[in-house]
Structures are given as C-alpha cells and as structure tokens.
Design a protein around this ligand. Structure first.
Ligand code: NAD
Ligand code: UDP
Ligand code: UDP
Length: 328
C-alpha cells in the first residue's frame, strides 16, 4: 500500500516538525516518492537550513505554524513530529513541551478526523521511562517518574498516545504510533545536548568529551535513514496496523564505548571528562523490534560505525562552513 489521495492526482502529506532533524529527512523522502509536502513548524528547535535545499521545489510548502493552534489544510496523510526532542530542549520550557505534545496531538487528530487522513505519531522510547525490562517490548508499561524533570516529555508523549488510541476507537481515525528510539545522523542540531552531537562536536574541536556518570549506561542508536524507512513503512501499512511499534536499532552500546568510538573515528586528541549524571537518566535502553520486523518487514541496516562516519562528515562540514562565514 502507498499513501494515496482519493481526490488529487498526487497525495498531499503534512509533516509537523518538518524543519527538525528527523522531519527534514521525512520531507525529503516524501518528495522523492512523488508526494506534495506541507512542512508545518514553529522553528523552536528546527532550522531552515535543514530544508533550504527543498525550498525551490514547487511541491514543497512551508508554514510557520505552532501546533498548539488549530490548523486547517487539506491533506491525505499526517506525520506528527512537532515537539522538542532532546532533554536540553524539552526541559527548557517544560510546560510548553507538555502542551505541544498534548494540545498538538488534539489539533492534528482533529485534522485527521475531518480529512480522513491516516496520522502517524512520533512517540518515543521515553514512554518506558527508566525501564526495568530489557529489551523493551511494546506491551511493557514503563517506569516513568510522573513528577520528575523528564516527565514533561515522557508523560506528554504518553498522553498523546492515549489520545491517538481514543480517537481511533471513538472516531475511527487511522492511526500509526511509532515509538522512536535514540536516532542520530546528519541534520542533528549541534547544540541540542544529545550525546552523539555533543561527542562529535567536542571530538572535532579537540575539546574534552563530557561523559555523564561513569559511562556504563547504555543506549541503542539508530541511523536516521533507517529510522525514516521504518516510519514510512509504518505509514504505508494497512489500516489494521496501529502500533504502538518500536522503531530503533537493537544493538546496545554503553556511552563510554560511544565516546571511545567517536574519538577513534575522528582521530581526535580529546580526553574524557567525567561529569555528574543528570537526574533520572535511564540506565539502559534497547528496543525489541520483533513487531517491526513482523508487521513492517523492517530492520535497521546501518552499522553504528558507518552511521557515525557519515554523521562526523556532516558536522565537519558544518564547522568548516561556520569558520568560512567568520572569516568573510
Ligand atoms: P527536533 O527538535 O530536531 O525536531 C522537532 C521539530 O518540531 C523542530 O523542527 C521544532 O521546531 C518543531 N516544533 C517544536 N515544537 C513545535 C510546535 N509547538 N509547533 C510546531 N513545530 C514545533 O527533534 P527530532 O529529533 O527531529 O524529533 C522529531 C520527533 O521525533 C519528536 O516528536 C521527538 O519527540 C520524536 N523522537 C525523536 C527521537 C530522536 O532520537 N531524535 C527519539 C524519540 C522520539
Ligand atoms: N482541528 C484542526 N484542524 C482541523 C479540524 C480540527 O486544527 O482540520 C482542531 C479543532 O480546532 C479542535 C481539535 O482539532 O480544537 C479537535 O478536533 P475535534 O473535531 O476532535 O474536536 P471538536 O472540534 O469537536 O472540539
Ligand atoms: N550523555 C553524556 N554526555 C553528553 C550528553 C549525554 O554522557 O554530553 C549521556 C546521557 O547522560 C545519557 C546518554 O548520554 O545517559 C544519552 O543522552 P541523550 O541526551 O542523547 O539522550 P536520552 O538520555 O534522551 O536517551
């Protein structure tokens, strides 16, 4: 099955958060698949540079829009990604983070209800909180600290999932809920504080690598091309496939190992500097992707070192461009 329009020659797809890291890759892939694309973004963490190369395309449209307000457009499918995603960004204005997840979901679900468009929610592995079950399966209920610093994001995303399933049951909306695990790659925000962008930027500038805690905590890192393939595959499933469905790379890596890999791959002279572990930092995170393999026929293909090499090349270019701009 493919994204289709019953009334237009080409489907029109809305991507909220389309100027962000993952959203920009989705916009690009949808254009390649011959969709018309509306990118709606308030540019809170997104960057026009992420979509600058698409702006001349007459099939691509950008709306500066905050999903906390209603949006009336005619569309055939919706990818709802609008939400700050890194801990530094989502904790900067936690009230706004929860509002964006919840109010944004209500508006996009209202839009889906009116237009009949299928809607995909960019949910997160953070719905599992600091998990006590490894790897995490979709039926694991999670271990979230309701009042902690991460709750604005975790609980916001959990409530959005609830809304998706209630709109599905109550109004028959076609929903696709993806639980995205740590994703990295070109177009990550260099200042978003996430571990891959931080370590690469530090390594390329021979600055100390800031390792929080003792580095034994683990994550599983999915390259962005694999992630986008998984999200598009989910959108193209029959209506009966609703998720929630984990999309991520099941290969677990400690943060210390990640630091050492990045130092080696960049040939950096950086040393490791130990810093305190942030509050409620999850100890381990690793997806069980059995459901994605069965229902989407999807599995990630990019090995961590290959993905890191491509991401390092991206950040190296960014630093070189910034240096050129400073010298003119
Ligand atoms: P990002 O911060 O690069 O992108 C988010 C985009 O949403 C930005 O362009 C931002 O400007 C926009 N946005 C934020 N608030 C908005 C609002 N109120 N109205 C309109 N636009 C708004 O983050 P990302 O890594 O690309 O994440 C995209 C989505 O995927 C998010 O919903 C995030 O929660 C989810 N996700 C990402 C990861 C990851 O590892 N990157 C993991 C789990 C879930
Ligand atoms: N909404 C929107 N775009 C649409 C349709 C609805 O933004 O094309 C908003 C609408 O303003 C409302 C929300 O989505 O705030 C939920 O819509 P729903 O129809 O579920 O609720 P109701 O309008 O009945 O409160
Ligand atoms: N981390 C780190 N140094 C940094 C940034 C992050 O050691 O400069 C750690 C962080 O404490 C966490 C892991 O790397 O254990 C992943 O952090 P990130 O913010 O990328 O994602 P999340 O915690 O949301 O999975």
């Amino acid at each position: 099955m493919q994204i289709r329009s019953s009334t237009r020659s080409r489907p029109v797809v809305l991507v909220t958060g389309g100027a962000g890291f993952i959203g920009a890759h989705i916009c690009e892939c949808l254009l390649v698949r011959d969709c018309d694309v509306i990118c709606a973004d308030n540019f809170y963490t997104g960057n026009i540079d992420n979509i600058a190369h698409l702006l001349g395309n007459p099939r691509f449209e950008v709306a500066r829009h905050d999903v906390n307000f209603p949006l009336y457009v005619e569309v055939d499918a919706i990818f709802n990604l609008a939400c700050p995603a890194s801990p530094v960004h989502y904790q900067r204005d936690p009230v706004q983070t929860t509002k964006t997840s919840v109010q944004g979901a209500i508006h996009m679900l209202g839009l889906a209800k009116r237009t009949g468009a299928p809607i995909l929610q960019a949910s997160t592995s953070e719905v599992y909180g600091d998990p006590t079950v490894h790897p995490q399966t979709e039926d694991y209920g999670g271990n979230v600290d309701v009042t902690g610093f991460r709750a604005c994001y975790d609980e916001g995303k959990r409530c959005a999932e609830t809304l998706f399933f209630d709109y599905h049951r109550q109004h028959g909306i076609e929903i696709k809920v993806a639980r995205i695990f740590n994703t990295y790659g070109p177009r990550m925000h260099p200042g978003d504080g996430r571990v891959v962008s931080n370590f690469i930027m530090q390594a390329l500038q021979n600055q100390p690598i800031t390792l929080y805690g003792n580095g034994d905590q683990s994550r599983s890192f999915c390259y962005v091309d694999d992630m986008v393939e998984g999200l598009l595959a989910l959108m193209e499933t029959p209506a009966a496939v609703t998720g929630p469905i984990n999309i991520g790379n099941p290969v677990e890596c400690t943060i210390r190992d990640l630091a050492q890999r990045i130092i080696a791959l960049t040939g950096s002279a950086s040393s490791i500097e130990y810093r305190p572990l942030p509050a409620q930092d999850p100890v381990r995170r690793c997806p069980d992707i059995g459901r994605a393999e069965r229902e989407l026929g999807w599995a990630p293909r990019t090995d961590l070192d290959d993905g890191l090499v491509r991401t390092i090349a991206y950040f190296r270019d960014q630093l070189a461009t910034a240096a050129t701009m400073r010298s003119v």
